[in-house]
Ligand binder design. Structure first.
Ligand code: ZN
Ligand code: ZN
Ligand code: ZN
Length: 184
């Protein structure tokens, strides 16, 4: 015969199966059924299965759930609000720090703030190919160049070949010389 005295006296599932978990100190219930300790005997005799939290609980007869859904939503909302607040604070702090660092660089080390990425970069980063002063830093200008280059490679070649048969001939020849198929 097995000793059930250390097993939880609450129930699980729609059929009120006996819970097989071990009790926690000073209780006749397990950790997940601790709440049952608050019920009166009368409440216990009217226990119901909550379709939301899937636990056997005591709640109003005309209700399908024990109120857990509302609790969960409120808890989640509060947590989300709290997280948001912390995130915003952190972000603001970070922004302030960055702003100060930027200012320091500009004031003390001949840095400039890029109009595009809003970062402080050395003045040498703001000199264009024709030695002109630029408002965007080298990194942003390189990035832009790359973008432009990509745009050229996705031009509508079919259209261009139609308008310019000479170009098409050259392309054919180029591809033949390089062992490629010509796709248009
Ligand atoms: Zn239990
Ligand atoms: Zn519930
Ligand atoms: Zn930049």
């Amino acid at each position: 015969m097995s000793d059930n005295s250390t097993k939880c006296k609450w129930y699980t599932g729609k059929k009120f199966d006996n819970c097989h978990k071990n009790i926690i100190n000073d209780s006749i219930y397990c950790k997940s059924h601790e709440y049952a300790g608050d019920y009166t005997d009368e409440q216990k005799s009217k226990k119901k299965y909550c379709t939301s939290c899937k636990k056997v609980k005591c709640f109003l007869d005309d209700s399908k759930t024990c109120g857990c859904a509302n609790e969960r939503v409120t808890k989640l909302n509060n947590k989300r609000k709290e997280d948001n607040k912390i995130n915003i604070e952190k972000k603001n702090e970070q922004k302030e720090k960055q702003e100060l660092e930027k200012q320091k660089l500009v004031e003390e080390q001949d840095y400039k703030v890029c109009k595009s990425c809003d970062q402080a970069r050395p003045s040498s980063s703001f000199i264009g190919s024709r030695k002109e002063e630029t408002t965007n830093c080298q990194i942003c200008r390189d990035r832009q160049k790359e973008k432009d280059a990509k745009r050229t490679t996705t031009r509508n070649w079919a259209e261009e070949y139609k308008k310019n048969p000479e170009l098409y001939k050259k392309k054919l020849e180029y591809n033949r010389n390089n062992g490629k198929n010509t796709k248009i």
